[in-house]
Ligand binder design. Structure first.
Ligand code: ADP
Length: 454
């Protein structure tokens, strides 16, 4: 059971009046929770079987636009419905919302009842199944970094996103006194998520004013993505309840450190770590070496899934702990991939490229596909790099702009084979649209720079 409540327990809680609302949600392309709030009585009587949503929800952007160019749906095809099929193993109580439980849904075609191939949860399930067919399970952990602000979302929006005040006045990396001052928000985040069944490990101050990190214990890939998505939504909700804003923008200000989402990965066989081999170099098994070789070689292909917006690319800068080089190293934070726990059963690879805005289902699906390819092709892993990788001229870079990442995605024969042509066409359109929207607007920066001086 992935949640913390069986369907029977939900029915009992509805009967005794402790639950009156069931959030029925799914993760969209941006990794947000979309869905409906059901009266709990309706949910346990009928809607637990299925409910419906407009199919534009998997063909829209952050602002809910209806871009053209998606084969899956359009104005011409009338924007029909999808089935939202509740996954009853994911029911959980949400202690920070009174009388409320949540269930995650899978998205099915309205007519065929088949999973919609470009729905993020399905994309991850597909790669998990491919890995299972090879005899392995993936264990993942995605770190959540974000900024907390003194003001509320409403105040910041009404103020035109200017004069934003981070909740702290100085770099709070591992800082206990400063984070004590933030416990009014961070303690309920940890405790409510823990009580909702998420195995929260810890929170800590990060390396910038107002920057936080939340760590959730590793879990199998689908649970990990579910945890990340629920936690991200909860962090915003709990911050809002306390009159604060929380942002997962990777770079909210050019002078401030960016926020990332590092992804720890290991493969397991029959509940034992399959990346560990006591006789292997650094304790790595051949399986791990092949997986890492695929992960690293195909990083340019799947960069879009780690950095999906214009803003994502503002985070990649020299000397910032936001690596862009497709090399690996042993416990060195400047390489794109870091070997952690070498020589132990906890040996794993951490991808450090992704920003805090990544969609965990898509990022994990893409990285699993790359790792599977490495295993299938028995790819060779190059030796680790040493020193400051930023200065290593030989090390390959991932695409440095959304435009370049869109082209590597579009032209990736590997991703087309692993995920399907239609899925890659869908996300290529998503990437193009983001760029088109940015190209259309005039930014504050160019006005201030050139208004008088140009
Ligand atoms: P740090 O030194 O950064 O504190 P941790 O030991 O806390 O590192 O691990 C970082 C993350 O890696 C945690 O979220 C943890 O759950 C996860 N992790 C630990 N072991 C594994 C593993 N075998 N596979 C995947 N993730 C793991």
């Amino acid at each position: 059971m992935a949640g913390n409540m069986t369907f029977e327990a939900l029915k009992a809680a509805v009967k005794d009046g402790t639950i009156d609302t069931v959030l029925t949600c799914f993760p969209d392309m941006q990794g947000r929770l979309m869905g409906k709030r059901f009266h709990a009585v309706n949910f346990v009587k009928t809607s637990f079987k299925e409910t419906h949503c407009c199919n534009y929800l998997l063909a829209t952007d952050l602002e809910m636009a209806t871009p053209d160019g998606y084969a899956a749906t359009s104005w011409q095809s009338g924007y029909g419905d999808y089935i939202m099929a509740p996954d009853l193993t994911t029911i959980r109580r949400l202690p920070w919302l009174e009388g409320t439980a949540m269930v995650l849904c899978d998205i099915l075609d309205h007519h065929s009842h088949e999973p919609v191939p470009h729905s993020p949860r399905q994309m991850l399930k597909k790669q998990v199944a491919r890995l299972k067919a090879l005899g392995f399970d993936a264990m993942m952990a995605t770190e959540l970094e974000f900024f907390l602000f003194a003001q509320s979302f409403d105040d910041i929006r009404k103020g035109g996103f200017r004069d934003m005040q981070p909740i702290s006045g100085y770099n709070e990396d591992y800082h206990i006194f400063q984070t004590t001052k933030e416990e009014g928000v961070m303690r309920p985040i940890r405790n409510h998520l823990f009580d909702a069944g998420l195995p929260v490990e810890n929170s800590k101050g990060e390396a910038e004013t107002g920057q936080e990190e939340l760590n959730i214990r590793y879990a199998d890939a689908l649970d990990c993505a579910d945890h990340h998505t629920i936690a991200k939504n909860a962090i915003k909700e709990i911050a809002w309840q306390h009159g604060h804003a929380a942002t997962f923008l990777p770079k909210w200000h050019h002078d401030k450190v960016g926020s990332s989402s590092h992804v720890h990965q290991s493969l397991w066989k029959d509940d034992a770590p399959a990346f560990h081999d006591t006789d292997g170099d650094l304790g790595m098994s051949d399986l791990m070496r092949h997986y890492m070789a695929g992960l690293i070689a195909y990083a340019p292909d799947y960069t879009f899934f780690l950095a999906p917006y214009i803003n994502s690319y503002k985070r990649f800068a020299k000397g910032t702990f936001a690596p862009t080089k497709t090399v690996w190293s042993v416990d060195n934070r400047t390489a794109g991939f870091r070997l952690c726990g070498d020589g132990t059963k906890g040996i794993r690879v951490e991808c450090r490229i992704g920003g805090s805005d990544l969609n965990p289902y898509l990022a994990q699906a893409a990285m699993l596909a790359a790792g599977i390819k490495g295993i299938e092709d028995k790819m060779d892993l190059a030796p680790p790099t040493k020193g400051d990788v930023y200065e290593d001229a030989k090390a390959q870079d991932i695409p440095q702009t959304l435009r370049a990442a869109t082209e590597t995605l579009r032209n990736s024969a590997f991703l087309r084979e692993a995920m399907g042509d239609d899925v890659i066409a869908h996300y290529t359109r998503c990437a193009e649209w983001e760029q088109e929207e940015f190209d259309r607007v005039v930014t504050d920066w160019e006005i201030a720079r050139g208004f008088e001086r140009a």
